[in-house]
Design a protein around this ligand. Structure first.
Ligand code: OGA
Ligand code: MN
Length: 295
């Protein structure tokens, strides 16, 4: 059955049917999914009861997977999932909810701030694909904001003002906003700020979008408090209900989004119960501004 696409929100987001991730996806369907994500930015696939290997195989249709190293404070021996999978659950290696004071858990709470995945990397992520294996009984929605619609709705003066602004993004800025401030020297090196344009254009459609993220902590050439106020104002603008799609998870949903044109955040849930969501991330192909790229 060929892929069909049904919009589910006035600004963006669509549901895709006719795809079975247990099987190789036909090139025409890969092309249809790429065209749909360029247009809708967030795609929902229902009833995909898949393994990690099948999730990675499906994701590889859209490009190389991002190397997950560097995006968290989980120690090498503590990963629950195989390399290639980002563990976005609240579970430890023993598959039980992490302790309330677990450093890994507290760091991962940063996913509940509006962000774009890997904006803290010099080459930020292209797509993310999040698969719900266990849905939490209470809360845990994921919200998405359409950053193209948010850009389009800015007044002309603001657009002109911010057109060439460069921000610095770091995991230490997003976590710092939560009061998470202690890092080892190795983590400080890993989390060094990178530069990102505040306004970026989509490489296929040319549409401009606001490239915001809670990882953004400074604007070059601007005093920090002034930059932070502007970033907060823009974030408040971009996350108005009219630009937001709220995804209420069902088991075996897979949601795929374009990090170059959206932000997202998780919402709170009952952390005494499991929420097992697993992400694969398709690597981006270029920095948003020329800079030294760490290996
Ligand atoms: C992610 C993420 C939010 C959530 O997977 O990148 O931020 O709701 N997830 O789990
Ligand atoms: Mn994320």
């Amino acid at each position: 059955m060929p892929a069909t696409v049904h919009p589910i929100h006035p600004a963006f987001a669509a549901e895709v049917s006719g795809i079975d991730m247990h099987e190789a996806v036909a090139p025409a369907d890969v092309a249809a999914i790429e065209a749909a994500i360029d247009k809708y930015a967030v795609l929902i696939f229902r009833d995909q009861e898949i393994t990690d290997a099948q999730q990675m195989a499906f994701s590889l249709n859209f490009g190389a997977l991002e190397n997950a190293r560097g995006g968290n404070v989980t120690k090498p021996g503590d990963f629950r999932l195989a390399s290639g999978m980002n563990d976005v659950s609240n579970l430890g290696k023993d598959h039980k909810p992490l302790a309330r004071d677990s450093r890994q858990r507290l760091f991962n709470l940063g996913n509940m701030l509006w962000h774009s995945d890997s904006s803290f990397r010099a080459i930020p992520a292209k797509y993310s694909l999040l698969s719900a294996r266990i849905v939490n009984p209470k809360g845990g929605d994921t919200e998405f904001a359409d950053m193209r619609a948010a850009y389009d709705a800015l007044d002309e003066e603001t657009r002109r003002e911010i057109a060439d602004y460069l921000c610095e993004h770091s995991l230490m800025y997003s976590r710092g906003a939560l009061g998470f401030l202690d890092y080892s020297d190795e983590e400080k090196e890993l989390f060094k700020p990178v530069r990102q344009r505040l306004v970026r254009a989509h490489p296929v459609t040319g549409r401009k979008s606001l490239y915001l993220s809670s990882h953004a902590g400074t604007i070059l050439g601007m005093p920090m408090p002034e930059a932070r106020i502007l970033l907060r104002d823009l974030t408040e603008h971009a996350t108005q209900p009219r630009f937001v799609y709220i995804h209420k998870w069902k088991r075996n949903d897979l949601v795929m989004w374009d990090n170059r044109q959206t932000m997202h955040r998780g919402r709170r849930y009952d952390e005494s119960q499991p929420r097992d969501v697993r992400r694969t991330t398709v690597a981006g192909d270029a920095p948003t501004v020329a800079q030294e790229v760490a290996a």
